[in-house]
Design a protein around this ligand. Structure first.
Ligand code: PMV
Length: 326
């Protein structure tokens, strides 16, 4: 059987997906918007064969029981579409170490979906791939298309998918990713989504998302960086306010997270245009214009407690590559 390899980027949510209307299908309660990251990605090689069970290696180790179950469930969905019972050998590698506060589920499930469907000879459209990747992890649907991506909330399973609004070279803005912790997060995003509606602020947040999303898209189209940045930062703090006020409360920040955020605010007061956003973890994403990225990264590396700083441009979506991992 064919061996196929795919690469898919991580993405940073600029308008966040937080809260599901259907947990088994990963259907969201709101539309979201993201940018793919050029330097953070997962590469996955897969080959279906006559094996007793799926063999899954993630970053050089056998997958944990939990990761394994999630991957096997996704492979089962793909096997069903292709009408095969072959098991698979899966080898997957991230360009970033696991457990340092960068989620690998988006890039991981996008790469797995593309590699597995191609290895079985399926030729799915980008929309079909996005729909399928969503079943593995919601945000993975946004790692399939290129560049700046919208995931529409949709009415049904078949119309909740992501598409590219602009290619990566549309606007040279950067996401300077600041890693501040090696600790694995205590509450996964899967658990977090289910807590979202317990926050008294959640309904207010949901009502305001369409306004914020259209403001963001307009600022992007007009390349109005200060409006864009303001919306991105406001959105991140809004989601974290919902997290902190859910019950039980979720506080993803570490002391260094706050230190980095305050430094960015201070640099902005001094004239450098940079804005922060954070997903479900302590990692700070600093959004800035290309010209400022290097200076910003250099400064952020001097903060005590910062583990690594990775400068990203807007990136391509999931694609097949020729070099295999085994
Ligand atoms: O795809 P999940 O279930 O890991 O959820 C991702 C949630 C956030 O990263 C916090 C927001 C987002 O839209 O990516």
């Amino acid at each position: 059987m064919m061996k196929k390899t795919a690469i898919a980027p991580a993405n940073i949510a600029l308008i966040k997906y937080w809260g599901k209307r259907d947990a088994s299908l990963n259907l969201p309660l709101n539309s979201s918007f993201s940018m793919n990251l050029s330097e953070l990605s997962t590469t996955t090689t897969i080959q279906f064969r006559q094996l007793k069970k799926d063999e899954i290696s993630l970053d050089g180790h056998d997958a944990t029981t939990e990761d394994r179950e999630r991957v096997v469930r996704h492979l089962d969905r793909i096997r069903k579409i292709a009408g095969t019972s072959f098991r698979a050998r899966v080898v997957s590698r991230n360009t970033f170490p696991t457990g340092v506060g960068i989620a690998s589920s988006a890039s991981g499930f996008a790469a797995l979906t593309l590699a597995a469907t191609r290895a079985l000879g399926l030729r799915l459209s980008e929309k079909q791939l996005s729909l399928l990747a969503r079943r593995g992890s919601g945000s993975a649907c946004r790692s399939v298309p290129d560049g700046f991506v919208e995931w529409v909330v949709g009415k049904r399973d078949e119309d909740s998918y992501a598409f590219s609004l602009h290619p990566p070279d549309f606007w040279d803005i950067h996401d300077v990713v600041v890693l501040v912790s090696r600790r694995m997060k205590k509450v996964t995003s899967t658990e977090g989504h289910s807590l979202a509606p317990t926050s008294p602020f959640f309904q207010v947040r949901l009502r305001d998302i369409p306004r914020r999303l259209s403001l963001l898209k307009k600022a992007l189209k007009e390349k109005d960086f200060s409006t864009f940045g303001r919306v991105v930062e406001e959105e991140a703090l809004n989601m974290h306010a919902v997290m902190m006020t859910s019950s039980p409360p979720l506080l993803y920040w570490e002391p260094v997270t706050l230190k980095v955020m305050l430094l960015v605010f201070q640099m902005r007061d001094e004239g450098l245009q940079a804005y922060v956003t954070l997903d479900a973890g302590p990692t700070v994403h600093v959004i800035c214009q290309a010209n400022d990225a290097e200076r910003l990264a250099r400064k952020l590396r001097t903060v005590e407690g910062v583990i690594a700083v990775i400068d990203n441009k807007p990136g391509k979506g999931a694609r097949v590559v020729e070099e295999h991992l085994f």
